[in-house]
Each structure stands twice: as structure tokens, then as C-alpha cells.
Design a protein around this ligand. Structure first.
Ligand code: NDP
Ligand code: 2IT
Length: 447
């Protein structure tokens, strides 16, 4: 039930942003937690902080023309939504996927505001991307697209202004091309203008692993608070991209076993445990479909085209692919099969009905803005290293990441208790993240 003071604000967001279904969903999810905050802090209501935080500070939409290897011309649409700079420069990834439109960029940017606040690092919230499909494109085509994209975006960026990174379809290769073009246009080696760089030229160790590792660290903390652990647990991880691969690695390091992962064409079930090196070879090196993993793995693994990965019984489920990939029916199947914890490695992968199903069944549930914050937190550590012209060891950086994730768990846990809903990490994350941003916005006056 949404609070009666909040309902008109939500209605207004829907009216002013027609057709942006994912953005409406993300706003509904956050605002659904904020009723008790307004009751406790009438000054925030008076300053209309909620209305202000729902309106991006700046939205940039631009044309991205490029030529493929045969000389054919393509026109894509690029986006950067600079949502909120109360806590620091706009910070958030770029997504290249054919489904990208303003509503997806705004949902991601909105989530990013509160996620970044939860990290405790000095970063505001933003997101960008393009409706470009990188699938089956050559390296040269990817480079030309990235160069054209940056030729427009560069004027909006800067280490104190707006600092992009990767997301779906944007990994180390794309970050390299984007940085190279920014450097060429501006004639500045401004390392801190983009994160997710390779450690050999200004990137941070652990950034590549950070989102997946961080998600597992968050779930580990939640299990610990419930007197449980990862050791001996069976896990299912959806996706097989950057977040999924390193979530799988960390689960294995902690003594759990991941028995299934997926891509948009289907999933593989490997009851002996996913073979990480093979998965990396297939997905990171050769950029093949997940079915190639099952082909090479032999009899122990099978590929299931289509279908739901969440039918595979597990103790811990980590959705690490994309928004709304885990529905109510999937949640019911997970609960029926004895799942005890869910950590959102992706952004908003569970539908609202799925989240409700987990809550009703008492499943520990780590929402994305808390559970997947390790990626952006390590981006902030990369900015810190760039600013001091330093680079830290893997161990030091991973320790910082683990501390940050434990801190995020703690603030979500304690905030849920303070507001009378122990164990409700959704409420805890939304309120704790919102309050940090809201207090800074109030202090800055009406801007
Ligand atoms: P990648 O591009 O590396 O991998 C994405 C994975 O998800 C692929 O396996 C892809 O399969 C699958 N996927 C994407 N879209 C769909 C879809 N519509 N249906 C089914 N499967 C799909 O991206 P990341 O691993 O970086 O991102 C995964 C999620 O994590 C996203 O929600 C992202 O926003 C979130 N995230 C990422 C962070 C990061 O640092 N990279 C930080 C925090 C959150 P296929 O190849 O078939 O498309
Ligand atoms: O959703 C996310 O937090 C990311 N894609 C990472 C953003 C970042 O700036 O590292």
C-alpha cells in the first residue's frame, strides 16, 4: 500500500513521463518505502525533495551515426541522464542493447542515485547508453560506434562532472575505445573521467570482479545475520556476463556450488558445478552463446533453450542478467524448491510480484541497489586511485570492497529495524539511500 501523501507524487511522475514503464516501476518501488520518512521528517516534504529527486537534473539525447564494415550507414540513439549530483559527480554506467530507450536509462539512473548513496562514496547518480546491438559486430564496428558515441558525449563529461562506466554490452573493450576517443578529442589524459579501465592503463584491480563479488558479499552478510553461511549451498546464477561470471567465482571460493547460468537464448544446467575457466573462455574470450559451454563440457551439462532457469532447485538465487527477468511464477518455483536467499546482481531483475512472494515466504532478499553496489563502489575506488595517481593491490582493493558491502548491509539492516520492519532490506535500502541524498539536497537549497 502506498502512503496517501506519496500517491499524488507517483501519479504526477507517471503523467509527466508517459510510456516509461520501467522508470515508473523503479519510482514506485522507492516511493513505496518513503511514507514513514515523510512522517518523521516533515521538512523534507515541505522542500518537495521527493518530487525533485524524481526529476533528472539534465537529460541528453543524441544521434549516433556510424558505418559498418560493408560501408552501410546506421543511425542509433544515444542517451545520458544526469539524474542527481547532490553527493558527487554524476556516476553510472553505459548500456548498449537494442532495448535501450529513455525509460530504461531513467530507471537505471534513478536506482543509481540511491545505490551510490548507500556506498558512502562521494558519487551522484547518472546512466546512459544507446539502442545499439553489439551482437555479431566486429571489433572495428564496435570501435567506430564507440568513437561516434563519444564524439557527442565528451562535452558533457569530466572527472568532476560526469563519470561513466560499463553496463550491459559495455565492458573492457568498449571502455578502452571510449577513453581513447575522449583523450584524443580533449587532449587530456583525464584518467578519472571513466571507470572500468584496464589496470594496465589506469584501471583498478578488482573493478572487473566487483559487482559479482559484491553481490555475493552482501548475501553472505545477510546469511550471517540469519545464522547461516554459503558453504555447501547450491546456487543458481542467471546471465553469463560480467556480473554473473564473477558472482559464480566468489560463490565457489566461499564453498558454494553454482549449478546453472544462462544468456538470452536459454540456460545450462551443470549439476557438478559450473566450470569457470570454460565459461570465461566461451563468454569472455570467444564471445559465443552459452550453448557452446554445454557442447564443450560434455555429458555433465545440458543446454535448455528458452525455459526458466529458476525451475532448477537451489538454496540461493542470484539474478544477474537484466530487469524483470524473474517473475512471480519463478519466485513461487524457487520458494517451493526451498530457496532461502536471493541477491539481485542485476538492476531490478525481480518483478514487484516476485519480491512480494519472497517477502511473504520469509526468503532473505537483497535488492539490487544494495546487493549490486559493489561495482560502482569499486568505480569510486578507481577514481580515488586516479586522483592520487596511485594503484592498489588486489588484496587491498578487495578488502575495501568487502568492508563497503558489509557497511551497506549494516545500514540497510539497521534502518529496517529502526523503521519497525526487521529483515526488510528493501525498506532499509530505500530509506537509508534516500535520506543521504535528501539531506544533501536540503543543505544545498533550492537548486
Ligand atoms: P553483460 O553484457 O556482461 O551481460 C549481460 C548478461 O545478461 C548476458 O548473459 C546477457 O545475455 C544477459 N541478458 C541481457 N539482456 C537480456 C535479456 N533481455 N534477456 C535475457 N538475458 C539477457 O552485462 P553485465 O553483466 O554487466 O550486467 C548484468 C546486469 O547487472 C544488468 O542488469 C546491469 O545493469 C547490472 N549491473 C552491472 C554492473 C556492472 O558493473 N557491470 C554493476 C551493477 C549492476 P545475452 O548475451 O544473450 O544478451
Ligand atoms: O549499475 C551499475 O551500478 C553499473 N553499471 C556500474 C556503474 C559504475 O559507474 O561503475
Amino acid at each position: 500500500m502506498i502512503d496517501e501523501k506519496i500517491e499524488p507524487i507517483l501519479d504526477e511522475v507517471v503523467r509527466r513521463n508517459p510510456g516509461e514503464q520501467e522508470f515508473h516501476q523503479a519510482v514506485h518501488e522507492v516511493l513505496g518505502s518513503l511514507g514513514p520518512v515523510l512522517a518523521k521528517h516533515p521538512e523534507l516534504a515541505e522542500a518537495k525533495i521527493i518530487q525533485r529527486v524524481c526529476e533528472p537534473e539534465r537529460q541528453i539525447i543524441f544521434r549516433v551515426p556510424w558505418q559498418d564494415d560493408r560501408g552501410e550507414v546506421h543511425i542509433n540513439r544515444g542517451f545520458r541522464v544526469e539524474f542527481n549530483s547532490a553527493l558527487g559527480p554524476y556516476k553510472g554506467g553505459l548500456r548498449f542493447h537494442p532495448s535501450v530507450y529513455l525509460g530504461i536509462v531513467k530507471f537505471l539512473g534513478f536506482e543509481q542515485i540511491f545505490k551510490n548513496a548507500l556506498t558512502g562514496m562521494p558519487i551522484g547518480g547518472g546512466k546512459g547508453g544507446a539502442d545499439f546491438d553489439p551482437r555479431d559486430r566486429s571489433d572495428d564496428e564496435i570501435m567506430r560506434f564507440c568513437q561516434s558515441f563519444m564524439l557527442e558525449l565528451f562535452r558533457h563529461l569530466g572527472e568532476y562532472t560526469d563519470v561513466p562506466a560499463g553496463d550491459i554490452g559495455v565492458g573492457g573493450r568498449e571502455i578502452g575505445y571510449l577513453f581513447g576517443q575522449y583523450k584524443r578529442i580533449t587532449n587530456r589524459y583525464e584518467s578519472g573521467v571513466i571507470t572500468g579501465k584496464d589496470p594496465s592503463w589506469g584501471g583498478s584491480l578488482v573493478r572487473k570482479e566487483a559487482t559479482g563479488y559484491g553481490t555475493v558479499f552482501f548475501v553472505q552478510e545477510a546469511l550471517k545475520a540469519a545464522g547461516k553461511a554459503f558453504d555447501g549451498r547450491t546456487c543458481v546464477v542467471s546471465g553469463s556476463g560480467n556480473v554473473a561470471i564473477y558472482a559464480i567465482e566468489k560463490v565457489h571460493q566461499l564453498g558454494g556450488k553454482v549449478v546453472a547460468c544462462s544468456d538470452s537464448s536459454g540456460f545450462v544446467h551443470d549439476p557438478d558445478g559450473i566450470h569457470l575457466e570454460l565459461l570465461q573462455q566461451v563468454k569472455e574470450v570467444e564471445r559465443l552463446r552459452i550453448s557452446a559451454y554445454a557442447d564443450r563440457r560434455g555429458d555433465s551439462a545440458r543446454f535448455v533453450p528458452g525455459g526458466s532457469i529458476w525451475e532448477i532447485p537451489c538454496d540461493v538465487a542470484l539474478p544477474c542478467a537484466t530487469q524483470n527477468e524473474l517473475t512471480r511464477a519463478d519466485a513461487v518455483a524457487l520458494v517451493r524448491n526451498g530457496c532461502i536467499a536471493v541477491g539481485e546482481g542485476a538492476n531490478m531483475p525481480c518483478t514487484p510480484e516476485a519480491v512480494r512472494t519472497f517477502a511473504e515466504a520469509g526468503v532473505l532478499f537483497g535488492p539490487g541497489k544494495a546487493a549490486n553496489a559493489g561495482g560502482v563502489a569499486t568505480s569510486a575506488l578507481e577514481m580515488q586511485q586516479n586522483a592520487s595517481r596511485d594503484s592498489w593491490t588486489f588484496e587491498r582493493t578487495e578488502d575495501r570492497l568487502a568492508q563497503i558491502m558489509a557497511g551497506i548491509h549494516e545500514v540497510c539492516f539497521e534502518t529496517a529495524e529502526e523503521y519497525g520492519r526487521p529483515g526488510d532490506y528493501v525498506l532499509g535500502a530505500n530509506i537509508a539511500g534516500f535520506l543521504r541524498v535528501a539531506r544533501a539536497m536540503a543543505a544545498h537549497g533550492l537548486v
